[in-house]
Design a protein around this ligand. Structure first.
Ligand SMILES: [Zn+2]
Length: 213
């Protein structure tokens, strides 16, 4: 009887301990973020530039080429994709950056501590809330369409109000702005590729690593 009770106690203690350990560790899913690649039928291309050396730091900042967004931003992105597909010249999006863990954001700040382009770590990035996305219009083979600049061009040419551009590029930037705004995002003055989902302030800053699988 004594032995039986001991076994019972062990059986009770271990699962409880493992549940407590699991619930103490937040995941991107429990924080309300979703993997964009896992959304059925969503026709976008994921090219997370900070998971490569093709970014302004010249270094790999992320360990995984994944786009996670808060579910509210993910729903808005789906709406934007539908609107883009309905244009006279239909297109989709190549996603350059999505959720960015705070520790990764700190690396960007160390590489370029300019508050006009990189949010100071104390304030935190809207990307770290899963509520911002960097993207560019792409054709349905994943080839980016002509836009004013490449990603992370810290120049006037990347500003939303820069007008000295070929008419087709100006028109495309305007269509992008209209689509993203209609889908529930706001745009930013200095980076034509960056959009914030409205309501971002209500979501917490996160420092959960992006899962590799
Ligand atoms: Zn951004």
């Amino acid at each position: 009887m004594k032995t039986l009770c001991l076994i019972c106690l062990l059986w009770l203690a271990f699962p409880l301990e493992s549940i407590a350990r699991q619930s103490a560790l937040p995941t991107l899913q429990t924080a309300g973020l979703v993997d964009i690649a896992a959304i059925p039928g969503l026709n976008v291309f994921i090219d997370i530039r900070y998971a490569t050396s093709r970014n302004f730091t010249g270094k790999k900042i992320y360990n995984a080429d994944k786009c996670y967004l808060h579910q509210e931003a993910a729903q808005a992105l789906q709406k934007a994709v539908k609107l883009a597909a309905r244009q006279k010249e239909p297109f989709t999006f190549c996603l350059w950056d999505c959720y960015r863990p705070q520790s990764a954001h700190r690396k960007l700040w160390e590489a370029f501590p300019n508050p006009n382009y990189v949010a100071p770590p104390k304030k935190g990035s809207r990307h770290s809330r899963g509520m911002a996305v960097d993207l560019t219009p792409c054709d349905f083979n994943g080839t980016p369409l002509a836009m004013p600049t490449d990603f992370d061009s810290f120049s006037k040419r990347a500003h939303m109000d820069f007008e000295d551009l070929p008419p087709d590029i100006l028109a495309r930037r305007e269509i992008l702005k209209k689509i993203m705004t209609a889908a529930g995002f706001t745009y930013t003055r200095t980076e034509w590729w960056h959009f914030d989902k409205t309501g971002w302030k209500t979501k917490p800053l996160l420092d959960i690593a992006i899962p590799q699988e």
